[in-house]
Structure formats: C-alpha cells, structure tokens
Design a protein around this ligand. Structure first.
Ligand code: 6GU
Length: 233
C-alpha cells in the first residue's frame, strides 16, 4: 500500500517530536505505511559558522526573530523534491484549528509544517513561503512544536486505515458538531455507582436514542455554539 500522507516538519528543536511520533497511533500509522513523518532540523540549512537561526529585530524590542535565509533554503530544498498541498506556519495568530480544518487537511498528500520560536519568523517568510497559518488555541506556547504535534495527530488519525475501526473517526465527538455521549464499561455496578439501565437493555434503538439525547444535552450545556460552528463539518 502506498503512503497516503507525508508530513515534513521544520523545527529548531527536532528532538521534541521523538516521543510523539515514536509511540501509539502515530507510530502505528507509520509502521503500517499509511503515513510518513519527517522531522527536519532547521540548523541543517543555517549558513554561518555558528549555525544561527535568529537575530535581533529591526526597530528594536525584546525577543529574537527567526532568519529568513535558513527557512527559505529548507523550504526550497523540500519543495524541489515534491509538491506540497500546504506549507503551514504554526502561529498563535493563525486560523484556529478545529475539526473541519483537520478533516480538510487529512486528504492532502504532502504537508509541510514550519514551527516558529522566539518572537516568530521574519515576516517575509509568511509573505512569500507560507500558504496557510494555523493556531491551536488562544493562548501562547513557547514554540510551534507542540502545536505541530497536535495538528499532525488530529490529521493522521483521520487517514483511512490508521484507526482500527474505519468508522470510529467519523463517529468522534465533534464530527457531527456535538460532544460525545457518556460511555461505561464493566462492572455494571461498582460500589453502588450504577450504569444507566438502558445501556444494559439490549434494545439498540433505545440505546441510540439515549446516546443522541445525551450528546445533544451535553453540547447544549458544555459547548453552546458548537452546532453553529460545525454545521457543515
Ligand atoms: Cl501554532 N504557536 C505558538 N507559539 N503558540 C500557540 C500556537 C502556535 N497555537 C496556540 N498557541
């Protein structure tokens, strides 16, 4: 089976990704040959003898800015090997990651993700090299690496064949614009903490109706507004 999705990640801190992509579903997706993830050290494309990746901001102010040249060289080298569907810059002022965005990216063949650090990248990188900017939420992380790992996970688990049960990604919380209903497993009675009897009834129609009701109620109380946002999926 040929690889469905290749993700290239550009970062100044490549080792941060070892744990995430070396374990669990992300590892299995790669072992199954469904997904390939390559983490590249931006320092490979640094040009001066100190392998600098950042410098002071023009105009002054605190915080370093990532240099355009190593990033340009890295992206150019990768683009010469294949065509990328998107070149994504991970940034807190990017488009907010949600399930529809992950769904859209999961059909891509090649994705390139650039992780920013320090005060961010020279704006010319964003103007000339980036096709898409993604944030994982309205809070600031010390770098884009965790965000790229989050985005990769959200995408990879949607690639057909990655999850054991082909239908399970589609029945996720969020896919229908609602949070998931509660789930239970054995024992049915644990120190008088009981499982809703309908789940033990064997009446599948009643169980489905209960789950739907619970999902609607939980969405209403916990995440009002989700139905509007996710209407079209
Ligand atoms: Cl993509 N990067 C950083 N540095 N902080 C973030 C983020 C990204 N998304 C949310 N916070």
């Amino acid at each position: 089976m040929s690889t469905r999705l290749r993700i290239d990640i550009l970062t100044a801190l490549p080792r941060l990704f070892d744990g995430w992509f070396g374990e669990s579903i992300l590892k299995r997706a790669q072992d199954k040959g469904l997904v390939e993830v390559y983490v590249h050290d931006l320092r490979n494309w640094a040009t001066d003898k100190h392998k600098r990746l950042d410098d002071y901001a023009f105009g002054g102010g605190a915080g370093m800015v990532m240099l355009v040249k190593p990033i340009h060289r890295a992206i150019t080298a990768l683009k010469s090997e294949r065509t990328y569907d998107e070149v994504i810059y991970m940034s807190p002022d990017g488009e907010l990651l949600d399930q529809p965005l992950a769904n859209g990216l999961s059909t891509a063949r090649n994705l390139l993700m650039l992780c920013g650090h320090y005060k961010g990248v020279d704006e010319r990188v964003r103007q000339h090299l980036i096709t898409r900017e993604v944030s994982i939420g309205d809070y600031v992380l010390s770098g884009g690496e965790l965000a790229a790992a989050v985005l990769s996970d959200a995408i990879i688990r949607l690639v057909p064949g990655v999850l054991g049960n082909e239908t399970s990604a589609l029945s996720d919380s969020f896919q229908d614009g609602m949070v998931a209903p509660p789930v239970y497993t054995r024992p049915a009675n644990y120190e008088d903490w009981e499982v809703p009897p309908v789940l033990l009834s064997g009446d599948q129609a009643a169980i489905d109706a209960w789950r739907h009701e619970q999902a609607v109620e939980r969405t209403r109380t916990r995440r009002p507004g989700m139905l509007d946002t996710f209407g079209e999926g």
